[in-house]
Design a protein. Sequence first.
Length: 268
Amino acid sequence: MNTNPSAAAEPAVTSSGSVFGAPCWVSLLTRDLRASQDFYASVLGWSFRPARLGEEFSVAVSEGRPVAGIGALAGRLQVAVAWTPYFAVENADQTASRIRERSGTVAVGPVALSLGRGALAADREGAVFGIWEGRLMSGWETWRAANPAWLRLVTRDAFEAAIFYGEVFDWACGRPGCCDVEYEGDEVVLRSGGHVAARLSSGALEAAPDPAIRPRWQVHFPVRDVDACVAAALRNGGTVTEHAPGRQAALRDPDGGLFTVTNRAAAA
């Protein structure tokens, strides 16, 4: 039981404007919702419940907590099947303009959905991300604190990328609620509310033929047994692009979506 009066009085975070610039969700855009659910249930042990966004969306649940969303929209929106991080914004139109002004691309939106407005974009190096203005998932603070999915941007130059995203999302701007940015060795570390929200690392190849080593946002799911996830992915039509036994593996689902499983002890 929490006996701290100030903590008890803190309002719940329900709106993207309260945590502007912070990662607020991860989602897979796929072509076949049921097939994707079957794959991730087998590999990661997820169950699924309907999402408030409509019948083409579902929420993955693990150990009673929401983890991620899956939406059967890739074909309709004519975008690649991919895991995508979404960042909370105060104004989707203004953020889309900032992205374009800094030589990024807005591929889809902003479009209106039942709970808010979202868009899909790419930074100057081609890494895809989403923006979200509106209501956050119910119990969002629990999702952030539980850290069921964490993010790493692997890009050509992490410090240049931090400037791009910092200007787009008002990172380290000094306003209440903004994200903090720290430099640790050759990485940029993003924190929101004291939690590590993302890491930015250099080393991706700009024009590599393999999408796994081009600049992109990696979505990591902490798991108890990396090797068991690899075996399950292979049994269910997935492929392995990288595997450090016992520690981490980069996987591709049967529809092409790339994701990473990481030993919980090594999570962000």
